[in-house]
Design a binder for this molecule. Structure first.
Ligand code: FAD
Length: 477
């Protein structure tokens, strides 16, 4: 195993099987489909019913599902960060065209509304000793992340999406084990190389920031923005341009590739001149990048709001976010409504769907992590526990560009899809309109996600990688 064969928090990273590179024609499925042959979409999204952010953000009336047939010059599948950004930008670039955006569930119910809400600016390459690696690449990723942040910030301002609860609070990266401290020290060197600001905070000073004396050290970086992710994507969906038609609760169940692409759904078909896949790991079920983008699930819990007495008992700032030094450690947040978010634990759900009952198992791990950090809050119960799928690749690369004639994609979020998905969605739509930015070339020429061996090796390998990482996390978990 290489150091790449682990996940880095929900920040960035890679997962897969072994170090060998399997290099089949990754785009084989979609590109070899015979015109007129219907490819069945073999797995459809089915997330668990308890995503805390979704339920604690204001209720939104979903757009009705599509009934019958439709056609459009542009169809985008998946209304997460990536698809919302791509559809909006296509609409702006082609104001006379109709853009259809299709979502299997409700907006905000998928991973884009289930994440920890960190819009992170800084690159974090776990394959490099200083977590920065090649400065040229790191600077491009920094620019990509800044682009995603700027787009989201401007949309929140323009459309007054107050439910996004967007705050420029920066982030802490906390460590408690020796191995975690070593990560912070190495990353500090990388940030200096990149010319990025940071502050190293010793354990004795951390309670006044975080309200816990659990951590021995934390690296604070000011550029991260925190959001209520479901509030944000609901607001983005409500403010789409008029020439975008959004169909929710409309899973695409089959696809015919040809001069035009025909998409099948429960009650009819959609004919697309050009198709954009923005459905992350589910893109593999459309015949592309098979076994290259892996649906790894991670899990979050939200407590009930703390009472004023409980808030006083822990102290610290009113609003903050912390990611772990160890990739398999715990992410924490204190939210705008005085809840604590706990995020840890991983599972490999090969079909990309939630495992019924799995959150009952995870909640125990969340409870232990929470009580270790906030012993004074041991009576504060969790109101919600949920899981969500990440599209992880073994080499940490996403896909951006053409999948086959007239079919394009931005797929494989690698745990950082809030900003990356937003930026690549816009850049893809611009590229399709003939507008190129310096980042477009970077994305088009970046290495593609590498494939993995078939099952049973794949499942055994990924399960082992996740088990090993989680067992070694120690107190960081
Ligand atoms: C617990 C957790 C914490 C996380 N924390 C962070 C974080 O702090 N910061 C960060 O940047 N990232 C984080 N992530 C990752 C982040 O959520 C993803 O990177 C992001 O959601 C990817 O956006 P996307 O639009 O590419 O894909 P998705 O959000 O997965 O959206 C794809 C959409 O496609 C739809 N779809 C799939 N198949 C079909 C079909 N056949 N027909 C129609 N629709 C379909 C799905 O329903 C889904 O809504 C976290 C994820 C989880 C689960």
């Amino acid at each position: 195993m290489t150091r790449r064969d682990v996940i880095v928090g929900v920040g960035a990273g890679a997962v897969g099987v072994g170090a060998a590179t399997f290099a089949p024609d990754l785009l084989r499925g979609g590109s070899s489909s015979q015109p007129g042959a219907v490819k069945t979409v073999t797995s459809l999204p089915a997330d668990d019913p308890t995503p805390g952010w979704f339920h604690t953000s204001p209720k939104r009336e979903p757009q009705p599902p599509l009934i019958g047939d439709a056609q459009a010059p542009w169809v985008v599948i998946g209304a997460g960060f990536t698809g919302l950004a791509a559809a909006r930008q296509l609409a702006l670039n082609f104001p006379d065209d109709q853009i259809i955006l299709v979502e299997a569930q409700q907006v905000g119910f998928g991973a884009s509304g289930r994440n920890a809400g960190f819009l992170i600016d800084l690159p974090h390459d776990i394959g490099a000793p200083d977590y920065i690696g090649n400065p040229e690449t790191a600077n491009q990723i920094l620019e990509l992340n800044h682009t995603g942040q700027t787009i989201l910030r401007e949309l929140v301002e323009q459309h007054q999406i107050t439910d996004a609860q967007l705050r420029h609070s920066g982030k802490y990266q906390g460590a408690v084990e020796d191995s975690g401290i070593a990560v912070l020290d190495a990353y500090r060197g990388g940030l200096e190389k990149l010319g990025q600001r940071y502050e190293m905070i010793e354990g004795k000073d951390l309670p006044e920031h975080l309200g816990t004396s659990f951590y021995r050290k934390a690296l604070y970086t000011p550029g991260t923005i925190l959001v209520q992710p479901a509030g944000l994507v609901k607001g983005l969906a409500n403010s789409l341009p008029e020439n975008v038609t959004l169909y929710e609760n409309t899973p695409i169940t089959g696809v015919e590739y040809g001069a035009k692409t025909i998409l099948h759904h429960a009650s009819g078909r959609i004919t697309a001149d050009k198709l954009v896949l923005a459905n992350n790991a589910f893109g593999t079920h459309f015949g592309f990048l098979e076994r290259a983008i892996l649906p790894i699930f991670t899990y979050g819990s939200l407590t009930r709001p703390l009472t004023p007495a409980e808030q006083a008992s822990i102290g610290g700032k009113k609003f903050w976010g912390l990611i772990p030094a160890d990739p398999f450690g715990t992410t924490l947040r204190r939210t705008h409504d005085n809840r604590i978010l706990v995020r840890n634990s991983f599972s490999y759900n090969g079909d990309g769907r939630a495992r019924p009952g799995y959150t009952d198992k995870v909640v125990k791990a969340h409870r232990e992590s929470f009580e270790r950090r906030f012993p004074a809050l041991k009576d504060v119960e969790f109101e919600y526990t949920w899981g969500g799928g990440l599209g992880m690749t073994r080499n940490g690369q996403g896909f951006f560009g053409e999948l086959r004639p007239n079919v394009y994609g931005s797929l494989g979020c690698n745990g950082l899809g809030t900003v990356r998905g937003t930026a690549t969605g816009v850049l893809l739509a611009d590229w399709l309109a003939g507008k190129n930015h310096s980042l477009t070339e970077f994305l088009l020429t970046a290495p593609k996600p590498v494939s993995n061996p078939p099952d049973p090796f794949l499942t055994v390998g990924v399960d082992f990688t996740l088990w090993r990482g989680q067992s070694k996390a120690g107190l960081e978990a």
